[in-house]
Write a protein that binds this ligand. Structure first.
Ligand code: PAF
Length: 281
């Protein structure tokens, strides 16, 4: 497995891969890898000749400087996991390699078609601009045939699909299921920042989400939203930011179960912000 930090080294390595007619699978990450990331890598390894993983904590997608500063970073540990899972190349650039000073100062513009006006977009202004900025750059550098993303970041995945279409990338975006701990807690790099007690408390999020599906279709989407809000608010140690039942295509609030819907939630457990989601109809 190669570890490269510069664009030249990346492109030299990939030129050889392409000249051998090999297909490239790509997983963009911010490191602090867990079994969820590894499941994406393993899927890529089975579906492609060569798997590239980027490890880059992208500053332009953080709207909270403390969150950026506290984001866990351990390239050595990540590299060990990636080596075991069959990854061929890690691209781990510095922020100076990726961005010019100007790009770091000026917000990136993208037409989200309304997908960014709700849920994460509402609470993390500018976040998805940063995500599209980095993923589009990485797609241009790596030129993969397939790229793998987890459904835990449901809204991000919708936006990546839109970006791929609008920017005309010849990349198949592969949606991969949420991986959960035994307790039901969705795997996330941020879980590392939870104390053991908080981890137990945070497991309450998925319990509520799983239970809420029992009330479909007897409750209306609006009533179910209130039920979930109420249940989460009753768990000491959790602070709800939002729960929305959204149409899976438009991400706008659903008004009926005739639509395909997903329930998306963001909750603080202490100062750790966790997100999760569940298909409702
Ligand atoms: O999902 C993430 O970890 C990040 O948003 C991504 C896609 C790697 C872009 O920085």
């Amino acid at each position: 497995m190669l570890i490269v930090n510069s664009v030249d080294h990346l492109q030299n390595a990939l030129a050889d891969v392409v000249s051998e007619g090999k297909s490239i699978g790509f997983i963009p990450t911010m490191g602090a890898l867990h079994a969820g990331h590894i499941s994406l890598v393993e899927k890529s390894v089975t579906e492609n000749d060569y798997t590239v993983v980027s490890v880059f904590v992208n500053p332009t997608q953080f709207n909270n400087p403390i969150d950026l500063e506290k984001y866990p970073r351990d390239l050595e540990k990540d590299a060990k996991l990636l080596r075991q899972s069959g990854c061929d190349l890690i691209f781990a650039p510095s922020k100076e390699i990726i961005y010019t000073e100007e790009e770091l100062q000026q917000p990136f513009e993208f037409d989200f078609g309304g997908l960014d006006q709700v849920m994460e977009g509402k609470f993390r202004p500018g976040h998805f601009n940063g995500v599209v900025q980095i993923v589009s750059k990485l797609f241009r550098l790596v030129k993969p045939q397939k790229a793998y993303f987890g459904e835990k970041d449901f809204q991000q995945l919708s936006i990546i699909h839109r970006m791929t279409e609008l920017m005309d990338f010849d990349v198949q975006v592969v949606d991969c299921p949420i991986i959960r701990e035994k307790s039901g807690l969705a795997l996330s790099s941020r879980n590392e920042r939870l104390t053991p007690k908080q981890r137990n408390i945070a497991a309450g999020i998925s319990k509520v989400l799983f239970e809420c599906r029992n009330f479909v279709p007897s409750f209306s989407p609006e009533k179910l939203k209130q039920w979930v809000e109420n249940e989460i608010n009753q768990i000491q140690g959790l602070e709800l930011e939002y729960f929305e039942i959204a149409n899976i295509k438009t991400l706008q609030p659903a008004t009926s179960w005739e639509e395909p819907t997903v329930g998306c939630i963001a909750v603080y457990c202490g100062d750790v912000r966790l997100i999760d989601n569940i298909r409702c109809s």
